[in-house]
Design a protein around this ligand. Structure first.
Ligand code: AHN
Ligand code: ZN
Length: 344
């Protein structure tokens, strides 16, 4: 018999809670009303059954692997274009309405990027919408690599890029099979990671990041687009990842942080979703908040024990599949599935 470690036990408990009849979970809310006939008509209508499909972490892992197999997804390279085609075809096969946004974007170093945001919409006619997003490009230079010879090489981006979009692809697959009660838009942002590093003296370092998200926030794929809230996934695949309450998220959308972190606690994922303040991280959600006005949070791995704060492999040539753990993908994916399917 295999002994479960603490991590696996937590997952096991969470899986048990969520695998009634091996496929769907039935949560009966206000169930007491069923046996309490004398309650008013109005109360009886409050009974609600919510079916939450199980997030398949093997499938999510394979979506991360598929992206990494293209090689670094650096804008203006064939691998980047091939991966974009993979997303579009895959999301269409999952029943989404897919929109692409082609953009020519000027970077801080003067390069013109032929970039593309990819948007997958479920229940496109629904007024009530939730926005999920992640960047899909990978960084052109491993400027944090301990070996100076590697610093001009591109980053493979297993965790920084492919983990967030891998989780979102699995959510898309589930949404295609079992619609949620609300519309969902999943946006894969391009050109997040062509930013100037902190020690760069360029005047506007912060705006050099997140170019695809900045473009979309100014020119959403639908005129007058609005969502109830947005959730960004960034670096959500590392073993024993820790997600703190990021400061921009807290400032613009504390109620969404509360919703997600408490859902995670209830599911037994408190070791990943730490209910404590983290730093403020410049990322795609900042522009979605500030320009598009959609209250948005960032679920991002923050590791206070490493100098970068994001793990020693961050922006190095070692951001590969060895940093991807199915248990972490499961914790993030399951939490999001519960958040999405509980919306009405
Ligand atoms: C900065 O390092 C300024 N922001 C982190 C955003 C990021 C880069 N996410 C992934 N790569
Ligand atoms: Zn990065």
């Amino acid at each position: 018999m295999k002994l479960l470690n603490k991590n696996e036990q937590q997952i096991f408990i969470a899986e048990k809670q969520h695998s009634v009849k091996n496929f769907l979970v039935f949560i009966v809310m206000a169930g007491f009303l069923v046996s309490c006939h004398s309650a008013t008509q109005k109360s009886a209508n409050e009974e609600k059954v919510i079916n939450i499909p199980v997030f398949d972490s093997d499938s999510a892992f394979s979506f991360v692997q598929r992206q990494v197999d293209f090689g670094p997804r650096v804008p203006n390279t064939p691998a980047h274009d091939a991966c974009a085609n993979f997303f579009v075809a895959t999301l269409k096969s999952f029943g989404a309405q897919v929109t692409t946004q082609q953009m020519d974007l000027r970077t801080f170093d003067g390069t013109l990027l032929h970039a593309v945001n990819i948007i997958a919409s479920y229940l496109p006619e629904s007024e009530t919408r939730i926005l999920l997003f992640a960047h899909w490009d990978s960084r052109p230079w491993a400027d944090n690599d301990p070996n100076p010879k590697n610093r001009e090489k591109p980053v493979l981006g297993a965790n920084d890029g492919a983990s967030g979009t891998g989780v979102l692809l699995e959510i898309a697959r589930q949404l295609g099979k079992n619609p949620a009660n609300v519309g969902v838009d999943i946006v894969f942002f391009d050109a997040e990671d062509w930013g100037a590093s902190n020690d760069d003296q360029t005047s506007n370092t912060e705006n050099s990041w997140c170019l695809g998200a900045q473009y979309w926030a100014k020119h959403p794929h639908k005129q007058g687009y609005h969502a109830r809230y947005g959730i960004l996934l960034d670096m959500v695949g590392a073993p024993q990842a820790t997600f703190y309450r990021e400061q921009y998220s807290e400032y613009y959308a504390a109620h969404v942080v509360d919703k997600v972190w408490s859902q995670a606690q209830n599911l037994g994922f408190g070791q990943y979703f730490i209910n404590q303040k983290g730093g403020g991280i410049m990322d795609d959600h900042v522009f979605v908040n500030q320009i598009a006005g959609i209250p948005s949070i960032n679920i991002i791995h923050f590791d206070p024990n490493t100098s970068s704060g994001f793990g020693n492999y961050w922006h190095t040539t070692h951001d590969d599949m060895s940093n991807i753990d199915k248990n972490t993908l499961f914790a993030v994916g399951t939490t999001l599935m519960n958040v999405i399917y509980n919306e009405k």
